[in-house]
Ligand binder design. Structure first.
Ligand SMILES: NC(=O)c1ccc[n+]([C@@H]2O[C@H](COP(=O)([O-])OP(=O)(O)OC[C@H]3O[C@@H](n4cnc5c(N)ncnc54)[C@H](O)[C@@H]3O)[C@@H](O)[C@H]2O)c1
Length: 254
């Protein structure tokens, strides 16, 4: 289990699914965690994990400074940011509206960018010198498209390259700040249940495409996040970690 003792972490989208599992996992590994979510149910998740909670809409870019300040507190340090909050929209290129596009991008990519920007400003000035680990959550939908959700899959594609741009910027400027992407496959959470409502049978069909023949458990993604957040992988930056049960590793039809 990666040791995160003494590390200060922010996890967005903590009220359910992968975010809730990540709060639990990072706290269990010793981190002091601040969970955030638009949904106040995140408070109970954080309480149970021994973490703090704050209501946040990640798309409100100005509010990110308050979130980072709440996490750093008097100790003045931030070690880990997990940009996990995300939404789906369920619209193809023919029926997506400007409003749906903008909201999906505000949460999935602008919110992720704003979180990275605010976190790096703090991580650069950590006591003892710059240090930190940022983990952005993309999706296998960023690698193989969803025809019925053009805003979601394209925004998640943007997250992948955003992480690489941030990783290389930090490296070239001599900051000891790594930025990596975790790419979950179909995982048993609220987002997938929402998609199932639009497309009954989706979960079973998607599970069947995985060589492991099942959906992922949020705790399995949280374990990958905890590893990337730890000091055990100092040469990993700009990397992408698939947690998809092998779904993207098999030739279609096999
Ligand atoms: N579940 C999957 O199959 C799957 C697959 C690939 C990627 N992902 C990604 O994993 C991440 C977590 O999703 P999940 O599967 O746990 O779904 P989820 O719906 O259970 O959790 C998403 C959380 O984000 C919160 N959220 C939504 N908008 C927000 C905002 N503007 N500000 C702050 N919080 C907000 C929600 O309230 C919710 O608690 C998302 O980025 C999602 O795209 C999920």
């Amino acid at each position: 289990m990666p040791d995160l003792s003494g590390k200060v972490a922010i996890v967005t989208g903590c009220a359910s699914g992968i975010g809730a599992a990540t709060v639990k996992r990072l706290a269990a590994n010793g981190a002091k965690v601040l969970g955030t979510d638009v949904n106040a149910d995140g408070a109970a998740v954080c309480d149970a994990a021994g973490a703090r909670f704050m209501v946040q809409d990640v798309g409100d870019t100005a509010f990110w400074a308050d979130v980072v300040a709440a996490a750093t507190g008097e100790g003045g340090r931030l070690d880990i940011l997990v940009n996990n909050a995300g939404i789906v929209s369920q619209h193809s290129i023919e029926d997506v509206t400007d409003e749906i596009w903008d909201r999906t991008y505000d949460v999935n990519i602008k919110g992720t960018m704003a979180g990275c920007r605010a976190a790096i400003a703090a991580m650069k000035n950590n006591p003892g010198g710059s240090s930190g680990a940022i983990i952005n959550i993309a999706s296998t939908s960023a690698m193989a498209a969803l025809p019925g959700d053009v805003a979601y899959c394209s925004s998640k594609g943007a997250v992948r390259v955003l992480s690489k741009s941030i990783a290389t910027h930090c490296a070239q400027n001599g900051y000891n700040i790594r930025c990596n992407t975790v790419i979950p496959g179909a995982t048993e959470t609220g987002i997938l249940n929402a998609a199932e409502e639009h497309m009954p049978g989706l979960k079973a069909a998607v599970a069947a495409t995985s060589p492991l023949n099942r959906l992922g458990d949020p705790a399995e993604t949280a374990a990958a996040i905890a590893f990337l957040a730890s000091d055990e992988c100092p040469f990993m930056t700009g990397a992408e970690m698939l947690v998809d049960g092998g779904a993207l590793s098999i030739h279609p039809g096999f």
